[in-house]
Design a protein around this ligand. Structure first.
Ligand code: EPZ
Length: 419
Protein backbone atom coordinates (compact mmCIF):
# COMPACT_ATOMS: atom_id res chain seq x y z
CA UNK A 1 0.00 0.00 0.00
CA UNK A 2 1.28 3.53 -0.65
CA UNK A 3 0.84 6.74 1.31
CA UNK A 4 1.68 10.38 0.88
CA UNK A 5 3.98 11.88 3.53
CA UNK A 6 4.02 15.67 3.88
CA UNK A 7 6.24 17.85 6.08
CA UNK A 8 4.04 20.90 6.62
CA UNK A 9 4.79 24.56 7.26
CA UNK A 10 6.98 25.29 4.26
CA UNK A 11 6.04 28.21 1.98
CA UNK A 12 5.59 27.39 -1.72
CA UNK A 13 6.96 29.37 -4.64
CA UNK A 14 7.05 28.95 -8.41
CA UNK A 15 4.90 28.09 -11.40
CA UNK A 16 2.68 25.07 -12.17
CA UNK A 17 1.26 24.18 -15.59
CA UNK A 18 -2.33 22.95 -15.37
CA UNK A 19 -3.19 19.71 -17.22
CA UNK A 20 -6.13 19.01 -19.52
CA UNK A 21 -9.57 18.66 -17.91
CA UNK A 22 -10.40 15.15 -16.66
CA UNK A 23 -14.14 15.80 -16.77
CA UNK A 24 -14.01 16.97 -20.38
CA UNK A 25 -11.71 14.37 -21.90
CA UNK A 26 -13.57 11.39 -20.37
CA UNK A 27 -16.70 12.52 -22.22
CA UNK A 28 -14.86 13.15 -25.51
CA UNK A 29 -13.55 9.60 -25.32
CA UNK A 30 -17.18 8.45 -25.06
CA UNK A 31 -18.27 10.81 -27.86
CA UNK A 32 -15.74 9.25 -30.24
CA UNK A 33 -17.90 6.10 -30.17
CA UNK A 34 -20.43 8.00 -32.29
CA UNK A 35 -17.95 8.51 -35.11
CA UNK A 36 -15.54 6.65 -37.31
CA UNK A 37 -11.86 7.00 -38.15
CA UNK A 38 -8.85 8.39 -36.32
CA UNK A 39 -9.29 10.78 -33.37
CA UNK A 40 -6.38 12.70 -31.83
CA UNK A 41 -6.88 14.58 -28.53
CA UNK A 42 -4.08 16.76 -27.15
CA UNK A 43 -3.25 17.73 -23.56
CA UNK A 44 -4.82 14.60 -22.09
CA UNK A 45 -3.78 13.97 -18.45
CA UNK A 46 -2.13 10.63 -17.63
CA UNK A 47 -4.47 9.84 -14.71
CA UNK A 48 -6.18 6.67 -13.57
CA UNK A 49 -9.66 7.64 -14.78
CA UNK A 50 -8.35 8.22 -18.32
CA UNK A 51 -6.70 4.78 -18.31
CA UNK A 52 -9.93 3.22 -17.02
CA UNK A 53 -11.88 4.83 -19.87
CA UNK A 54 -9.17 3.66 -22.28
CA UNK A 55 -9.83 0.15 -20.99
CA UNK A 56 -13.56 0.52 -21.54
CA UNK A 57 -13.08 1.75 -25.12
CA UNK A 58 -10.53 -0.97 -25.93
CA UNK A 59 -12.97 -3.64 -24.74
CA UNK A 60 -15.62 -2.09 -27.00
CA UNK A 61 -13.33 -2.49 -30.01
CA UNK A 62 -11.58 0.88 -30.18
CA UNK A 63 -7.83 0.97 -30.77
CA UNK A 64 -6.67 3.56 -28.26
CA UNK A 65 -3.41 4.74 -26.71
CA UNK A 66 -2.13 7.64 -24.64
CA UNK A 67 1.46 8.80 -25.08
CA UNK A 68 3.01 12.11 -23.92
CA UNK A 69 -0.42 13.68 -23.34
CA UNK A 70 -1.60 12.73 -26.86
CA UNK A 71 -4.56 10.34 -27.01
CA UNK A 72 -5.16 8.58 -30.31
CA UNK A 73 -8.26 6.45 -31.00
CA UNK A 74 -9.15 4.45 -34.10
CA UNK A 75 -12.91 3.86 -34.17
CA UNK A 76 -14.41 1.39 -36.64
CA UNK A 77 -16.75 -1.38 -35.49
CA UNK A 78 -17.79 -1.10 -31.80
CA UNK A 79 -19.72 -3.35 -29.41
CA UNK A 80 -22.54 -2.30 -27.08
CA UNK A 81 -21.56 -4.79 -24.38
CA UNK A 82 -19.60 -2.73 -21.86
CA UNK A 83 -16.99 -4.32 -19.51
CA UNK A 84 -18.58 -4.74 -16.07
CA UNK A 85 -15.50 -4.49 -13.87
CA UNK A 86 -14.22 -1.32 -15.52
CA UNK A 87 -17.66 0.29 -15.51
CA UNK A 88 -18.03 -0.42 -11.80
CA UNK A 89 -14.58 1.06 -11.19
CA UNK A 90 -15.54 4.46 -12.58
CA UNK A 91 -18.97 6.11 -12.61
CA UNK A 92 -18.07 8.24 -15.62
CA UNK A 93 -18.19 5.05 -17.74
CA UNK A 94 -21.95 5.65 -17.86
CA UNK A 95 -21.20 8.34 -20.43
CA UNK A 96 -20.67 5.69 -23.12
CA UNK A 97 -24.36 4.78 -22.84
CA UNK A 98 -25.79 7.58 -24.98
CA UNK A 99 -23.26 7.19 -27.81
CA UNK A 100 -23.51 3.38 -27.98
CA UNK A 101 -27.32 3.43 -27.87
CA UNK A 102 -27.46 6.04 -30.63
CA UNK A 103 -24.92 4.30 -32.83
CA UNK A 104 -25.88 0.63 -32.36
CA UNK A 105 -29.46 0.73 -31.15
CA UNK A 106 -28.52 -1.16 -27.99
CA UNK A 107 -26.20 -1.01 -25.00
CA UNK A 108 -25.71 -3.15 -21.91
CA UNK A 109 -24.02 -1.62 -18.88
CA UNK A 110 -23.59 -2.44 -15.21
CA UNK A 111 -25.49 -0.03 -13.00
CA UNK A 112 -22.86 2.34 -11.58
CA UNK A 113 -22.48 2.05 -7.82
CA UNK A 114 -22.70 4.91 -5.38
CA UNK A 115 -19.54 6.31 -3.90
CA UNK A 116 -18.29 8.13 -0.81
CA UNK A 117 -19.99 11.40 -1.77
CA UNK A 118 -23.50 10.10 -2.38
CA UNK A 119 -25.59 7.35 -3.98
CA UNK A 120 -25.38 9.10 -7.36
CA UNK A 121 -28.42 7.71 -9.20
CA UNK A 122 -28.74 7.87 -12.98
CA UNK A 123 -32.50 8.28 -13.15
CA UNK A 124 -32.21 11.53 -15.13
CA UNK A 125 -30.02 9.78 -17.71
CA UNK A 126 -32.43 6.84 -18.12
CA UNK A 127 -35.69 8.81 -18.01
CA UNK A 128 -34.55 11.06 -20.81
CA UNK A 129 -32.92 8.44 -23.00
CA UNK A 130 -36.34 6.76 -22.78
CA UNK A 131 -37.94 10.06 -23.87
CA UNK A 132 -35.75 9.86 -26.98
CA UNK A 133 -37.22 6.41 -27.68
CA UNK A 134 -35.02 3.95 -25.79
CA UNK A 135 -36.63 0.93 -24.11
CA UNK A 136 -34.76 0.54 -20.81
CA UNK A 137 -34.60 -2.71 -18.86
CA UNK A 138 -32.94 -2.90 -15.43
CA UNK A 139 -32.30 -6.33 -13.96
CA UNK A 140 -29.63 -8.18 -12.00
CA UNK A 141 -27.61 -4.96 -11.63
CA UNK A 142 -27.44 -4.39 -15.37
CA UNK A 143 -29.15 -1.85 -17.58
CA UNK A 144 -30.00 -2.77 -21.15
CA UNK A 145 -31.30 -0.08 -23.49
CA UNK A 146 -32.62 -0.72 -26.99
CA UNK A 147 -34.09 1.49 -29.68
CA UNK A 148 -34.82 1.75 -33.38
CA UNK A 149 -33.47 5.15 -34.38
CA UNK A 150 -33.82 7.65 -31.51
CA UNK A 151 -36.27 10.50 -32.11
CA UNK A 152 -35.51 14.11 -31.18
CA UNK A 153 -37.67 15.50 -28.34
CA UNK A 154 -38.14 18.47 -26.01
CA UNK A 155 -36.34 17.34 -22.84
CA UNK A 156 -36.58 19.06 -19.48
CA UNK A 157 -34.09 18.02 -16.80
CA UNK A 158 -35.45 18.06 -13.24
CA UNK A 159 -31.91 18.94 -12.14
CA UNK A 160 -29.04 20.34 -14.28
CA UNK A 161 -27.09 17.07 -14.10
CA UNK A 162 -23.72 17.29 -15.89
CA UNK A 163 -23.65 13.63 -16.89
CA UNK A 164 -27.29 13.45 -17.92
CA UNK A 165 -26.89 16.60 -20.04
CA UNK A 166 -23.86 15.06 -21.78
CA UNK A 167 -25.40 11.61 -22.29
CA UNK A 168 -28.54 13.10 -23.84
CA UNK A 169 -26.60 15.63 -25.91
CA UNK A 170 -24.41 12.85 -27.34
CA UNK A 171 -27.31 10.44 -27.97
CA UNK A 172 -29.33 13.19 -29.69
CA UNK A 173 -26.60 13.81 -32.29
CA UNK A 174 -27.81 10.71 -34.21
CA UNK A 175 -31.53 11.03 -33.39
CA UNK A 176 -34.08 11.74 -36.12
CA UNK A 177 -35.00 15.43 -35.87
CA UNK A 178 -34.33 18.10 -33.26
CA UNK A 179 -33.75 17.69 -29.52
CA UNK A 180 -33.95 20.63 -27.10
CA UNK A 181 -32.55 20.08 -23.60
CA UNK A 182 -34.03 22.53 -21.09
CA UNK A 183 -32.42 23.13 -17.68
CA UNK A 184 -29.19 21.72 -19.10
CA UNK A 185 -26.03 21.84 -17.00
CA UNK A 186 -23.76 24.76 -18.01
CA UNK A 187 -20.30 23.47 -17.03
CA UNK A 188 -17.38 24.50 -19.31
CA UNK A 189 -16.60 20.83 -19.95
CA UNK A 190 -19.99 20.51 -21.69
CA UNK A 191 -19.06 23.36 -24.04
CA UNK A 192 -15.82 21.49 -24.80
CA UNK A 193 -17.75 18.29 -25.62
CA UNK A 194 -20.15 20.29 -27.85
CA UNK A 195 -17.17 21.72 -29.78
CA UNK A 196 -15.66 18.24 -30.11
CA UNK A 197 -18.97 16.82 -31.40
CA UNK A 198 -19.41 19.64 -33.90
CA UNK A 199 -15.89 19.09 -35.20
CA UNK A 200 -16.94 15.47 -35.80
CA UNK A 201 -19.85 16.73 -37.92
CA UNK A 202 -22.63 16.99 -35.33
CA UNK A 203 -24.96 19.99 -35.03
CA UNK A 204 -25.10 21.01 -31.37
CA UNK A 205 -25.76 24.54 -30.12
CA UNK A 206 -26.18 26.32 -26.80
CA UNK A 207 -23.82 24.38 -24.51
CA UNK A 208 -22.83 26.64 -21.63
CA UNK A 209 -26.39 27.92 -21.41
CA UNK A 210 -29.36 26.09 -19.91
CA UNK A 211 -30.88 25.34 -23.33
CA UNK A 212 -28.98 23.03 -25.68
CA UNK A 213 -30.31 22.30 -29.19
CA UNK A 214 -29.19 19.24 -31.17
CA UNK A 215 -30.12 18.73 -34.85
CA UNK A 216 -29.78 14.97 -35.41
CA UNK A 217 -27.64 13.78 -38.35
CA UNK A 218 -27.18 10.40 -40.05
CA UNK A 219 -24.47 8.07 -38.74
CA UNK A 220 -22.28 8.46 -41.81
CA UNK A 221 -22.31 12.20 -41.24
CA UNK A 222 -20.13 11.80 -38.12
CA UNK A 223 -16.43 11.34 -38.76
CA UNK A 224 -13.42 11.98 -36.58
CA UNK A 225 -11.42 15.02 -35.47
CA UNK A 226 -8.36 16.40 -33.68
CA UNK A 227 -8.91 18.45 -30.55
CA UNK A 228 -7.12 20.06 -27.59
CA UNK A 229 -9.00 19.71 -24.31
CA UNK A 230 -9.51 22.74 -22.03
CA UNK A 231 -7.43 23.10 -18.85
CA UNK A 232 -8.73 21.42 -15.69
CA UNK A 233 -10.45 24.14 -13.66
CA UNK A 234 -10.64 21.94 -10.56
CA UNK A 235 -6.93 21.16 -10.63
CA UNK A 236 -6.29 24.90 -11.06
CA UNK A 237 -8.54 25.77 -8.11
CA UNK A 238 -6.88 23.14 -5.95
CA UNK A 239 -3.40 24.60 -6.51
CA UNK A 240 -4.60 28.18 -5.96
CA UNK A 241 -5.94 27.10 -2.57
CA UNK A 242 -2.57 25.43 -1.88
CA UNK A 243 -0.97 28.86 -2.34
CA UNK A 244 -3.52 30.56 -0.10
CA UNK A 245 -3.33 28.01 2.74
CA UNK A 246 0.49 28.22 2.87
CA UNK A 247 0.54 32.03 2.50
CA UNK A 248 2.70 31.60 -0.60
CA UNK A 249 3.10 33.26 -3.99
CA UNK A 250 2.48 30.82 -6.86
CA UNK A 251 1.63 31.15 -10.55
CA UNK A 252 -0.55 28.84 -12.67
CA UNK A 253 -0.09 28.55 -16.44
CA UNK A 254 -2.58 27.07 -18.93
CA UNK A 255 -5.67 28.14 -16.99
CA UNK A 256 -8.95 29.81 -18.04
CA UNK A 257 -9.73 32.30 -15.22
CA UNK A 258 -13.33 32.67 -16.36
CA UNK A 259 -13.93 28.99 -15.50
CA UNK A 260 -13.14 29.59 -11.81
CA UNK A 261 -14.54 33.12 -11.46
CA UNK A 262 -16.48 32.35 -8.26
CA UNK A 263 -13.50 30.69 -6.59
CA UNK A 264 -11.32 33.68 -7.48
CA UNK A 265 -13.78 36.08 -5.86
CA UNK A 266 -13.96 33.88 -2.75
CA UNK A 267 -10.16 33.75 -2.54
CA UNK A 268 -10.09 37.57 -2.69
CA UNK A 269 -12.69 37.61 0.11
CA UNK A 270 -10.38 35.29 2.08
CA UNK A 271 -7.64 37.92 1.71
CA UNK A 272 -5.55 36.41 -1.12
CA UNK A 273 -4.09 38.73 -3.75
CA UNK A 274 -4.60 37.76 -7.40
CA UNK A 275 -3.01 38.85 -10.68
CA UNK A 276 -5.20 37.44 -13.45
CA UNK A 277 -3.92 37.21 -17.05
CA UNK A 278 -5.43 35.68 -20.19
CA UNK A 279 -4.31 32.12 -19.38
CA UNK A 280 -2.30 32.52 -16.18
CA UNK A 281 -3.04 33.46 -12.58
CA UNK A 282 -0.65 34.53 -9.82
CA UNK A 283 -1.88 34.18 -6.25
CA UNK A 284 -0.26 35.70 -3.18
CA UNK A 285 -1.67 34.23 0.03
CA UNK A 286 -2.61 36.76 2.70
CA UNK A 287 -0.77 36.65 6.02
CA UNK A 288 -4.23 36.29 7.61
CA UNK A 289 -6.91 34.07 6.09
CA UNK A 290 -10.31 35.76 6.41
CA UNK A 291 -13.44 33.66 7.07
CA UNK A 292 -15.55 33.23 3.91
CA UNK A 293 -18.90 31.48 3.42
CA UNK A 294 -19.60 29.33 0.36
CA UNK A 295 -22.60 27.48 -1.07
CA UNK A 296 -21.89 24.87 -3.73
CA UNK A 297 -24.15 25.03 -6.79
CA UNK A 298 -24.18 23.84 -10.40
CA UNK A 299 -21.96 25.97 -12.67
CA UNK A 300 -21.43 28.92 -12.62
CA UNK A 301 -21.94 28.64 -8.85
CA UNK A 302 -19.14 27.58 -6.48
CA UNK A 303 -17.92 24.16 -7.71
CA UNK A 304 -18.75 21.27 -5.40
CA UNK A 305 -15.44 19.71 -6.53
CA UNK A 306 -13.61 22.55 -4.77
CA UNK A 307 -15.66 22.49 -1.55
CA UNK A 308 -13.39 20.12 0.43
CA UNK A 309 -10.28 22.05 -0.58
CA UNK A 310 -11.86 25.38 0.39
CA UNK A 311 -12.91 23.92 3.72
CA UNK A 312 -9.27 23.10 4.47
CA UNK A 313 -8.44 26.76 3.89
CA UNK A 314 -11.24 27.90 6.19
CA UNK A 315 -9.98 25.70 9.05
CA UNK A 316 -7.16 28.26 9.45
CA UNK A 317 -9.28 31.40 8.96
CA UNK A 318 -9.41 34.21 11.53
CA UNK A 319 -13.07 33.55 12.39
CA UNK A 320 -15.99 31.27 11.49
CA UNK A 321 -17.22 30.27 8.02
CA UNK A 322 -20.33 28.40 6.86
CA UNK A 323 -19.92 25.89 4.04
CA UNK A 324 -23.13 24.59 2.49
CA UNK A 325 -23.01 21.57 0.13
CA UNK A 326 -26.13 21.48 -2.07
CA UNK A 327 -24.98 19.17 -4.91
CA UNK A 328 -24.18 15.92 -3.06
CA UNK A 329 -25.77 14.28 -0.05
CA UNK A 330 -22.56 13.10 1.65
CA UNK A 331 -19.67 15.29 0.63
CA UNK A 332 -18.21 15.91 4.11
CA UNK A 333 -16.02 12.79 4.34
CA UNK A 334 -12.99 15.05 4.82
CA UNK A 335 -14.45 16.69 7.98
CA UNK A 336 -13.55 13.83 10.35
CA UNK A 337 -10.03 13.66 8.95
CA UNK A 338 -9.53 17.44 9.22
CA UNK A 339 -10.68 17.23 12.85
CA UNK A 340 -7.88 14.71 13.47
CA UNK A 341 -5.52 17.50 12.40
CA UNK A 342 -7.05 19.90 14.93
CA UNK A 343 -9.74 21.55 12.82
CA UNK A 344 -12.87 22.79 14.59
CA UNK A 345 -15.85 21.86 12.36
CA UNK A 346 -19.49 21.23 13.24
CA UNK A 347 -21.74 19.60 10.64
CA UNK A 348 -25.50 20.08 10.61
CA UNK A 349 -27.19 18.29 7.69
CA UNK A 350 -25.58 19.74 4.54
CA UNK A 351 -23.92 22.68 6.26
CA UNK A 352 -20.57 22.82 8.04
CA UNK A 353 -19.57 25.57 10.47
CA UNK A 354 -15.79 25.92 10.37
CA UNK A 355 -14.28 27.82 13.30
CA UNK A 356 -10.75 28.83 12.36
CA UNK A 357 -7.89 27.59 14.56
CA UNK A 358 -4.39 29.01 14.89
CA UNK A 359 -2.69 25.91 13.61
CA UNK A 360 -3.31 22.42 12.24
CA UNK A 361 -1.12 19.55 13.41
CA UNK A 362 0.12 16.77 11.14
CA UNK A 363 -1.63 13.40 11.60
CA UNK A 364 -2.29 10.10 9.85
CA UNK A 365 -5.47 10.62 7.80
CA UNK A 366 -7.40 8.78 5.11
CA UNK A 367 -8.69 10.03 1.76
CA UNK A 368 -12.29 8.87 1.21
CA UNK A 369 -12.63 10.29 -2.32
CA UNK A 370 -10.70 12.27 -4.88
CA UNK A 371 -11.39 15.80 -3.68
CA UNK A 372 -11.38 14.91 0.02
CA UNK A 373 -7.87 13.57 -0.60
CA UNK A 374 -6.90 16.88 -2.19
CA UNK A 375 -8.26 18.72 0.85
CA UNK A 376 -6.09 16.63 3.17
CA UNK A 377 -2.99 17.34 1.09
CA UNK A 378 -3.67 21.08 1.36
CA UNK A 379 -4.17 20.79 5.13
CA UNK A 380 -0.94 18.79 5.38
CA UNK A 381 1.01 21.47 3.50
CA UNK A 382 -0.04 24.03 6.13
CA UNK A 383 0.02 21.82 9.24
CA UNK A 384 2.83 21.75 11.79
CA UNK A 385 4.75 18.47 11.53
CA UNK A 386 4.19 15.36 9.45
CA UNK A 387 0.94 14.29 7.77
CA UNK A 388 0.49 10.81 6.34
CA UNK A 389 -2.35 10.30 3.85
CA UNK A 390 -3.62 6.84 2.91
CA UNK A 391 -6.32 6.04 0.35
CA UNK A 392 -4.24 7.75 -2.32
CA UNK A 393 -5.74 5.49 -5.01
CA UNK A 394 -8.56 8.03 -4.97
CA UNK A 395 -6.20 10.97 -5.48
CA UNK A 396 -4.25 9.61 -8.42
CA UNK A 397 -7.56 9.29 -10.31
CA UNK A 398 -7.76 12.99 -10.95
CA UNK A 399 -4.46 14.84 -10.44
CA UNK A 400 -1.70 14.35 -13.01
CA UNK A 401 1.87 14.35 -11.62
CA UNK A 402 0.56 15.73 -8.32
CA UNK A 403 3.68 14.99 -6.22
CA UNK A 404 6.03 16.30 -8.96
CA UNK A 405 4.00 19.49 -9.40
CA UNK A 406 3.89 20.20 -5.66
CA UNK A 407 7.60 19.40 -5.19
CA UNK A 408 8.43 21.72 -8.08
CA UNK A 409 7.08 24.64 -6.02
CA UNK A 410 8.83 23.61 -2.81
CA UNK A 411 6.40 21.28 -1.06
CA UNK A 412 7.97 18.61 1.15
CA UNK A 413 5.85 15.73 -0.11
CA UNK A 414 6.69 12.19 -1.14
CA UNK A 415 4.97 8.97 -2.11
CA UNK A 416 6.04 6.16 0.24
CA UNK A 417 5.31 2.45 0.17
CA UNK A 418 3.95 1.11 3.45
CA UNK A 419 3.66 -2.46 4.74
C1 EPZ B 1 -19.82 15.34 -12.81
O1 EPZ B 1 -20.41 14.21 -12.18
C2 EPZ B 1 -18.36 15.31 -12.40
N1 EPZ B 1 -17.74 14.07 -12.87
C3 EPZ B 1 -18.23 15.40 -10.88
O2 EPZ B 1 -16.84 15.48 -10.58
C4 EPZ B 1 -18.91 16.68 -10.40
O3 EPZ B 1 -18.89 16.68 -8.97
C5 EPZ B 1 -20.36 16.72 -10.89
O4 EPZ B 1 -20.40 16.57 -12.33
C6 EPZ B 1 -21.05 18.02 -10.52
O5 EPZ B 1 -20.32 19.09 -11.02
C7 EPZ B 1 -17.44 13.93 -14.18
O6 EPZ B 1 -17.69 14.80 -14.99
C8 EPZ B 1 -16.76 12.65 -14.57
P1 EPZ B 1 -24.27 15.30 -11.79
P2 EPZ B 1 -21.95 13.79 -12.54
O7 EPZ B 1 -24.99 14.34 -12.64
O8 EPZ B 1 -22.22 14.02 -13.96
C9 EPZ B 1 -27.69 13.96 -8.83
C10 EPZ B 1 -14.81 14.90 -9.57
O9 EPZ B 1 -14.42 15.05 -8.40
N2 EPZ B 1 -28.18 13.15 -9.97
O10 EPZ B 1 -24.27 16.76 -12.14
O11 EPZ B 1 -22.17 12.44 -11.99
C11 EPZ B 1 -26.41 13.38 -8.26
O12 EPZ B 1 -26.72 12.36 -7.32
C12 EPZ B 1 -16.23 14.41 -9.82
O13 EPZ B 1 -14.13 15.13 -10.60
C13 EPZ B 1 -29.40 12.51 -9.87
O14 EPZ B 1 -30.08 12.59 -8.86
O15 EPZ B 1 -22.74 14.87 -11.65
C14 EPZ B 1 -25.76 14.56 -7.59
O16 EPZ B 1 -26.33 14.75 -6.31
C15 EPZ B 1 -16.96 14.09 -8.53
N3 EPZ B 1 -29.83 11.75 -10.91
C16 EPZ B 1 -26.19 15.73 -8.50
O17 EPZ B 1 -27.30 15.26 -9.27
C17 EPZ B 1 -29.11 11.62 -12.07
O18 EPZ B 1 -29.57 10.92 -13.00
C18 EPZ B 1 -25.10 16.19 -9.45
O19 EPZ B 1 -24.76 15.09 -10.27
C19 EPZ B 1 -27.87 12.28 -12.16
C20 EPZ B 1 -27.42 13.05 -11.11
Amino acid sequence: MQKLVIEGGYPLSGTIRISGAKNAVLKMMAAALLGKGKFVIYDVPAIKDVYTMLGVLTTLGVEAKLQDSVLTMEVDQVSGDTPTELVQEMRASIQVMGPLLARLGWVRIAKPGGCAIGDRPIDLHLQNLARLGAVIDESHGFITARCQRLTGQEISLDYPSVGATENIMMAATLAKGKTVIHNAAREPEIVDVQNFLNQMGAHVYGAGTSVIVVEGVDQDHLGSTEYTVIPDRIEAGTYLIAGAITQSKITLENVIPQHIQVLLSKLLEANAKLTVGLNRITLEGGKTILPTNIITLPYPGFATDLQPQFMSLMTLADGSSVIKETVYSHRFGHVEELRRMGANIQVDSNSAIVRGVKQLTGARVKATDLRAGAALILAGLAAKGTTEITGIEHIVRGYEKLVDKLRSIGAKIELVSEG
